[in-house]
Ligand binder design. Structure first.
Ligand SMILES: [Zn+2]
Ligand SMILES: [Zn+2]
Length: 454
């Protein structure tokens, strides 16, 4: 069972400021967190950083501190009221990244208090040195955090066990990025939602890069018209689930990537719940409701989502534009609603049966059913490559620290690439900070889910 703590870059920045505000002495703060509980992983996702007032520090020294019981009672009340978990974070100004014997003794008192005041939830502790972070979760028994992950313009992860992977397969990319890249990729669990024209080359590339764990989500079966762009597929595969074809193909590569498949759309609650275990998600669906679900997962679980789109404007075989897009979704970045990429109206229309849709189209309440969209392997593959490069940049910073972008737009017909970054629009769901890091809720994602029909 993996135990992880997830926080945003801006939250880590705020936390470090509070913990290292006075040189040479320890500092402390609380983090209020959402939970993600699945059969495979337990995560605490940071919702808010809560400072401790200077009068609530009874003692702050180089090798220890103590907090007033009034401050502990207040944070416990707030957490219980909000339905959140508590992480107590403190600093080791001397640079020792491990929990000390004294920390063990303090936690033996602190954790029973938090568990009694905020029952039924996991809590945790963090210790930060200037360079390092260690964490523990109490679920309720104590487990070390396997990873503390920070997401934002850069993705960083601290782990007590560093994997040294010197497999010869990866020599050429290690020469590009340095030896750390393989450890990062091996520990990564990536979800791909949609295994068509953009999802299948993504799966191929992530597998060959050495990503440790891939989860593939797609309820569609292969149609013969998909073979022109779906990697690993053959004409003889028509009628099989796309995820099964992908797994069979990727397993043959032999690089040891663990591959889970879900032959169901993420509009099914059970399948959407499984996506929570991923560290990063690639959205490769051409439908809008799954994209809206991915936005919610990005906001509530702080899982970065790279959403891909490819659009070919063509009439009677004459192309007037070819556009590829990779949009990064995370708390603090404009989502696909704000950006006008998806709309509630299209989601409504998508949910209609063909018959209802035809009826509503006749009455002018829905657009006519469209012909299948044009799709060409060079454009879908190139957009997938741009998305993988985006992940590599966030892991390594190879495009430079000054690059602040949450969208890449490629105009293939004009050989042009642009980037942009937009703040959440006022009143859009993505600007609602009360959702950030909120984790599990009932109902799941606060959505109405269709009952499963087989
Ligand atoms: Zn300590
Ligand atoms: Zn938005």
């Amino acid at each position: 069972m993996a135990a992880k703590i997830i926080l945003l870059e801006r939250q880590l920045h705020a936390l470090r400021k509070l913990l290292f505000d006075r040189p040479g002495v320890e500092g402390a703060a609380f983090l209020l967190c959402g939970e993600s509980r699945t059969d495979h992983a337990f995560k605490l996702i940071v919702h808010a950083v809560v400072p401790i007032a200077s009068e609530d520090f009874l003692r702050r020294e180089a090798d220890g501190l103590s907090i007033s019981s009034a401050a502990l009672t207040r944070i416990a009340k707030l957490a219980r009221y909000e339905g959140l978990s508590i992480i107590f974070a403190h600093s080791h100004p001397q640079g020792v990244p491990e929990f000390s014997d004294q920390d063990d003794r303090e936690e033996e008192r602190l954790l029973p208090f938090l568990q009694a005041r905020v029952p039924g939830r996991a809590h945790g502790t963090l210790v930060l040195s200037e360079e390092d972070i260690r964490g523990r979760l109490y679920v309720p028994e104590r487990v070390p955090a396997n990873a503390i992950t920070v997401v934002g313009q850069a993705f960083r992860s601290w782990s007590p066990h560093t994997v040294s992977m010197a497999a010869p397969f990866f020599d050429r990319q290690v020469r590009a990025f340095g030896p750390d890249i393989q450890g990062l990729l091996t520990r990564l669990h990536v979800g791909i939602v949609g295994l068509g024209g953009t999802g299948s080359p993504l799966a191929e590339q992530l597998c060959r890069l050495g990503v440790g764990h891939l989860s593939l989500f797609d309820g569609d079966r292969l149609d013969v018209t998909n073979v022109n762009r779906v990697y690993g597929s053959t004409v003889g595969d028509a009628g099989r689930f796309k995820v099964e074809i992908a797994k069979e193909h990727l397993d043959k590569i032999g690089l040891g990537t663990l591959i889970d498949v879900y032959p169901e759309h993420i509009t099914v609650e059970e399948t959407a719940r499984a996506v929570r275990d991923c560290d990063v998600i690639f959205g490769c669906t051409d439908k809008e409701l799954p994209r809206a679900i991915l936005i919610q997962l990005a906001l509530r679980y702080c899982i970065p989502v790279f959403d891909l789109g490819v659009l070919i404007d063509s009439r009677d075989g004459k192309i007037s534009g070819v556009h590829g897009r990779v949009t990064t979704l995370l708390p603090g970045e404009a989502c696909l609603f704000c950006r006008g990429r998806i709309s509630a109206e299209t989601i409504r229309v998508e949910a209609l049966s063909d018959e209802d849709r035809q009826g509503q189209a006749r009455d002018g309440y829905a657009p006519e059913l469209e012909e299948p969209a044009p799709a060409v392997i060079s454009f879908t593959s190139a957009t997938a490559s741009a998305a993988v490069s985006e992940l590599l940049h966030r892991l390594t910073g190879f495009m430079g620290a000054e690059r602040q972008s949450s969208e890449v737009l490629i105009s293939f017909d004009q050989t042009r690439v642009r980037t942009n970054r937009i703040d959440p629009r006022e009143h859009c769901v993505c600007g609602d900070e009360s959702l950030w890091g909120r984790g599990d809720t009932y109902p799941f994602l606060d959505m109405v889910w269709a009952t499963r029909t087989i």
